[in-house]
Ligand binder design. Sequence first.
Ligand code: HEM
Length: 402
Amino acid sequence: MANDEKWFDKKMDRREFLKKAGIGGAGLALGVSGASAFFANQANEDKKFADGDEEISFYGEHQAGITTPMQKNIYFVILDLHTTDRDAIIQMFKDWTAYSEKLVDGELVKKDGSNALLPPTDTGETVGLNPYRLTLTFGVSASFLKKMGLSDKRPKAFRDLPPFPKEQLKEKYTGGDIVIQACADDEQVAFHAVRNLVRKGRSAISMKWSQSGFAAIGDRMATPRNLFGFKDGTANVTKEKDFDRVIWTDSKDWMKGGSYMAVRRIQMFLETWDRTNLQEQENTFGRYKESGAPFGKKDEFDEVDLDLLPVDSHVRLAKEVDKPIYRRSYSYSDGIDETTGQFDTGLLFISFQKDPDSFVKVQTNLGAQDKMNEYVTHVGSGLFACFGGVKKGEYIGQKLFE
Ligand code: HEM
């Protein structure tokens, strides 16, 4: 390859191609007849999820990836600081902002390649791929604030999670200073985003733990099922006005427009579950497996009558606390557990809430009594303050450093 050739130009950029051909985005809605209408309609149907041409802006009042309808894949990473140099960290957030804007638009983080003696800035595995609704959500932990000498800015409600009954946390999945949550309808797109952000920040951070995950999003309006085969996310609020009540903080300071993210890596013992009869499985949640309806009701979204649910059922215990949280969890499958020879699988539980105490109250009630504890163990944990949205011209977390 000649030195002045751009290696990524060698391949047809699918997005450019679709745009030029006028069949991307709105182009698909053009009126056509006969056989071509069939193909256009077919394409329209397929496009909904397959094409991945839909972009979600990085900028806004709130960060994307919180109330955004769930994507199919997550790549989640927790990072540790290895410098507390304020200027270096601010620069990293500035770089991440510039990269994020490009990434969610489905572009390379930087178009270069004219000097073949240098590694390309973008790692390149998404050349030709659409953005697949990529969202990037950033947050910091209480340890971040402490290390950076910003403890005076720590909101009172924001402290490390207390110990919970029955948890068996492993150091390798616990703690950490910064979280990046990348979600997309394509696994490689989500991974590429984190890979390039981490690569850019390498001089200031190291990786503590990461987790990839998946969600069964067949129809964006349908609730995905978890690996126990139950619909998971039914009780989540869906309306803007409820988002203010449940998700977004009331803060006037750097957390304005932000939300607290609780994360738990929860191992699920599928072999034990799969030996459990259907009635017991349903008693575990207090909902019917097929319809997702609460006990005594017909439809998934029918109101839950707590008195009709077993006293130790997950839904009853989670709901009776009356502290709403917003769950956005992904299943994971990490090969085989070396000690048991069973699947190493579970749920990367993620919830967003305006006050971390809501999560604490719910988990405290579940921890000791939940019938589901027979089939799960919490092995990882974290609590992060996810900043409010970024305005164009600002950088991620700017208000924290002002
Ligand atoms: C492997 C772990 C878990 C599984 C498989 C699981 C599964 C479920 C299922 C199937 C439902 C019923 C449908 C729905 O409303 O989404 C549910 C509801 C719920 N879960 Fe979990 N869950 C897990 C962990 C947790 C944790 C750690 C928390 C919080 C500490 C939690 C909080 C809730 C809440 C608040 C509800 C809704 C209750 C209501 O208001 O009806 N879950 N979960």
